[in-house]
Design a protein around this ligand. Structure first.
Ligand code: SF4
Length: 298
């Protein structure tokens, strides 16, 4: 099948620095859609208007547009990728748009934040390392379970948890600030104490810089329909329990379970000296760049 390129007018958007979400200043998506097939994917929601979500569409002239936009921004900052699609999707292996964007970010002396579920991110360790010589770099690898059979059900076309953890190990061995997003945590599926303990231990085993957890899942319109149809296929009977307990609620978590789980999570992270608070994570990845010159930039 030919690559389904789509036109783009802009790539880089600025947003207010997000103190509750890693403190980044800019956001970008070089691709539209994502093929990992996660059953809980929020980006399928109606409000984002992405039809045919599983089809990855790279944006035409993305690097040319980005280069121009980076050059025209008066304020340097950290540019984030991975909010609406995975920047390390299967097409990236050959198209190298994400790699090209990181090279431009490096040349423009911006910082970079990448969120992914793919081990392909380790391919770009060299360029991430170069950026980190002058600006903050943050890599977030999502791992919601270390159980490969369970991951194959809930994130069917993403690389296995072991491959993702190996990528974390590799990036950390190059000194790149890399941690784990433990989110969402799915009621009755991944919200067990043992599941969370194993994940924190595995993160510690690969020297993760942090783990950021959110102990529930958000569901709305198209996303909810997709999620429930996946539950009916792989977890028979579970969608009825969701309907009974959560109805049309946006935030879905078994409250007592989520609170208990968060306590287990914090204790496990504390025992292993892994950062888990958002403010500590932001300080840790940005503060080395707060010299007199960088204070002005960041
Ligand atoms: S990796 Fe992210 S964007 Fe892609 S399907 Fe999974 S949740 Fe959605």
């Amino acid at each position: 099948m030919p690559v389904p390129w789509i036109p783009a007018k802009t790539i880089l958007s600025s947003w207010k620095p997000q103190p509750r979400w890693f403190g980044t200043e800019y956001n970008m998506n070089l691709y539209r859609g994502c093929s990992h097939g996660c059953i809980y994917c929020d980006s399928r929601s109606e409000c984002y208007g992405v039809d045919d979500f599983d089809l990855i569409r790279p944006k035409e002239r993305a690097l040319e547009i980005l280069e121009d936009e980076l050059g025209r921004r008066r304020r340097k900052g950290v540019a984030a990728m991975g909010s609406m699609s995975d920047p390390y999707n299967p097409l990236e292996a050959s198209l190298e748009l994400t790699r090209g964007a990181l090279e431009l970010i490096n040349r423009a002396r911006f910082g970079a934040a990448v969120a992914t579920k793919s081990s392909l991110v380790a391919r770009d360790a060299d360029i991430l390392e170069e950026i980190s010589r002058h600006s903050p770099v943050l890599v977030k690898v999502t791992v919601t379970t270390v159980d490969p059979a369970l991951a194959a059900k809930i994130e069917p076309r993403a690389p296995s948890p072991a491959e993702r953890l190996e990528a974390v190990r590799e990036l950390r061995s190059r000194g790149i600030f890399t941690g784990i997003l433990l989110m969402p945590v799915l009621p009755w599926i991944t919200d067990s104490d043992e599941g969370v303990r194993s994940l924190v231990r595995a993160a510690s085993g690969v020297n993760a810089s942090f783990i950021y957890g959110a102990f529930g899942v958000t569901l709305r319109d198209r996303q909810r329909e997709w999620y429930y149809s996946s539950l009916d296929r792989d977890f028979p009977g579970l969608s009825d329990r969701y309907r009974t307990l959560f109805g049309e609620s946006y935030g879905c978590a078994r409250r007592d379970r989520a609170a208990a789980l968060e306590r287990v999570f914090r204790r496990e992270c504390g025992d292993r000296n892994i950062l888990w608070r958002m403010e500590d994570i932001i300080t840790a990845y940005r503060s080395p760049y707060r010299g007199p010159e960088q204070m002005e930039l960041f």
